[in-house]
Design a protein around this ligand. Sequence first.
Ligand code: ATP
Ligand code: MG
Length: 447
Amino acid sequence: MIRKLISRVFGGRKAEASHHEPAVIPVSSHRITRDRISSGSRRVCETLQDNGHKAYVVGGAVRDLLIGAEPKDFDVATDATPEEVRRAFRRSRIIGRRFQIVHVMMGQETIEVTTFRGTLDANTKKDEHGRVLHDNVFGSQAEDAARRDFTANALYYDPTTEAVIDYHHGVGDLKQKTLRMIGEPRARYREDPVRMLRAVRLAAKLGLIIDPAARTPIREMAGLLENVPAARLFDEMLKLLTSGHSVKCITQLRDEGLHHGLLPLLDVILEQPMGEKFVMLALANTDDRVRRGKGTSPGFLFATLLWHEVLAHWEKLKAQGESKIPALYQAMDTVLDVQGEKLAITRRIAGDIKDIWALQPRFEARAGKRPYGLLEQPRFRAGYDFLLLRAESGEIDMELADWWTRFQEADGEERARMLLPEQAGDKKRRRRRKKLASDGVDRNSPE
Ligand code: ATP
Ligand code: MG
């Protein structure tokens, strides 16, 4: 406490930053009227203010509105403690142990409400590389602003006055299309290396230039990412891949030297033996979906990123004499065992990935009842989209994908006409399968 006071009085860099007066930018200048923010976040701010607190919409939403982009979500920052926030809203709950935030439910919306964070000081717990481990002091609004990463992210919007409060010249930087780090970039990357990934993602997503002072150290400090827990990296990479700008992000990550060995996921993406074309197509396809407001599933995304590894293993097992479908299942398990752990893929996502892969050989069957059965599969659509990508990348014949496109659209009679004649072996195989099933062997095996 005393140390904190001394550092404030004698002014470290951050203490200085937290002392300067913010610019208060009126609506006449920035033109963000209160109807532009979600009704939930507005009501949360109003209620907290009515209770005598400060409360603002903060971070990405204000930034996005200022550059004319659609905000993903509206977060609120306040000087109320988590307990005070929770008491102010009936439908709310405190999340997290170390740094508590409150989720407030307003109709369909969930608003994340964060109490202003305080300045890091000599007591802040860090690992041996300087990465901040515990981050649980509350502070003033100015301190909170100084703790944020980029100037464009340290903007506070007051729905009551419609003013933007700007401590670090964020509005000006945004006008100059610049992503500028608050404070000394090297120190900020050391505190949290994920900021390097955030810089690349936000610049790509928002069409901003990373200020040279923040860009230059990335190459030399990239190694610090190895030290970040896998689950945190996974979350950030997932944000990057589903930002609608993944191709640009990945290209820039490679250009910035954030590659090889640092990010397991990036290795997977960039070091596909023959799959680069497939992966880049898949990412472009995901970008397109995101931008058109269609959903993307992490399962589909990771199924594409890891597919060529599965293919390589599958081929090897078949060459060793393993039969087709058991070999595929074995290859899937091997790839997911290795990568799942490295990338912190959750069990649920791994299940989705397997579903998509396991459907692939079933698209080859175009005779008898099997195509109809496949259409009824709950994951048919994802499997078919995956098949299209395989065809577009040249892995399989486009004729097969086209057949499935037509088969889905065709009516009953036309579908029957499209079926290929049953091969002599088909019936025999089916009889064998029935026998295996009645012997208690896996019925769900697709072949
Ligand atoms: P997006 O559009 O992807 O949501 P965002 O900037 O809003 O981008 P969030 O992860 O939602 O990203 O974070 C909300 C805000 O919290 C940021 O705008 C920034 O002010 C602050 N913040 C997030 N991550 C960090 C970090 N690693 N270091 C410092 N501040 C951060
Ligand atoms: Mg956000």
